[in-house]
Design a protein around this ligand. Structure first.
Ligand SMILES: Nc1ncnc2c1ncn2[C@@H]1O[C@H](COP(=O)(O)OP(=O)(O)O)[C@@H](O)[C@H]1O
Ligand SMILES: [Mg+2]
Length: 282
């Protein structure tokens, strides 16, 4: 059984007078398996948040269906199985970070002691330990996002539905969240995440789907979608000019076209991490 099964999902929003206005989703189908990270990619307004809200029972579908571990959204078993991070984290401003997590722990049915212990672990894990006793009101956007993620984690659900989890985070924070998502996958959790930023999903998703105007344009594993089978890239070191020239000559002799040859560029993210990756220097 899939952790999340979305079948032919459609949603039309109506205006005040009941007239059909926006077709936010149009026949969307996808599934997420345990131990899989599935990324929903698409521009603003493509229907990502609408999909997630239907999947957690906050909105009703106009057509089609969603099941969470076989159960309908909004039922007790679906709610217990799912951890949802909304697009805008809704945190109570007058609670401290520690109190926020203890509250979410209590709501998830943990004992006082377990909630307190887990809360401390999560504050440490999400780099919020220094702010444990501070009120959420004064938190930066990134800190609020990390606390939002921690409050989803405290219930230890099987299915995570995370709407733009890295929005508002600096690159280091985003990498931290991506590592966390990879850890959850390792524990067999099913994770459905969305983003409108490509780089956010690249290193973390097993499969991605592209959504535009509520329609699914393409889906597949990153391997299927991104691997360029008609090209071969060889990285060698050190790049001594004679050896490189000889390699290029050999390639031509074998009838290959040399498409590129030279020192590769690191990604800006990789470089940023090499400069600021050490948290003590950050
Ligand atoms: N409550 C609502 N009432 C009317 N239209 C809505 C509502 N929520 C979303 N929409 C519309 O549905 C479309 C998809 O929105 P959304 O799911 O939020 O997109 P995304 O999360 O991909 O940015 C947009 O055109 C948006 O304006
Ligand atoms: Mg959205």
């Amino acid at each position: 059984m899939s952790a999340v099964e979305i079948t032919n999902l459609s949603k039309t929003f109506r205006d005040f007078f009941g007239r059909r206005r926006v077709k936010a989703l149009d026949g969307l189908s996808l599934s997420v398996e345990p131990g899989e990270v599935f990324g929903l990619l698409g521009p603003n307004g493509s229907g990502k948040s609408t999909t997630f809200k239907i999947a957690v029972g906050l909105l009703r579908a106009s057509d089609g269906s969603v099941t969470i571990q076989g159960a309908k959204p909004g039922t007790l078993s679906a709610r217990k199985a799912t951890g949802f991070l909304p697009e805008d984290s809704t945190l109570l401003p007058f609670l401290t970070a520690h109190e926020t997590l203890k509250l979410h722990g209590a709501l998830a049915g943990l004992s006082r002691r377990d909630a307190a212990t887990k809360s401390e672990e999560l504050l440490e894990r999400l780099d919020l330990k220094h702010a444990a006793k501070r009120r959420v009101k004064g938190f930066s956007k990134g800190m609020q996002r990390r606390l939002g993620i921690a409050s989803v984690l405290i219930a230890d659900p099987d299915v995570f539905i995370l709407d733009e989890p890295t929005s508002g985070l600096d690159p280091l924070g985003a990498v931290g969240v991506k590592e966390l998502i990879a850890e959850l996958r390792g524990k067999g959790k099913a994770i459905l995440i969305s983003s409108h930023l490509l780089g956010e999903l690249e290193n973390v998703c097993d499969r991605v789907a592209f959504l535009n105007k509520g329609k699914l344009l393409k889906q597949g594993t990153l391997e299927e979608l991104l691997r360029e089978h008609e090209v071969h890239q060889l990285r060698v070191s050190p790049p001594t000019p004679e050896a490189v020239q000889a390699l290029e000559a050999l390639a031509r002799e074998k009838g290959l076209q040399v498409l590129s040859s030279g020192a590769p560029m690191r990604s800006l993210e990789a470089f940023y991490l090499s400069v600021l990756g050490d948290r003590d220097n950050a």
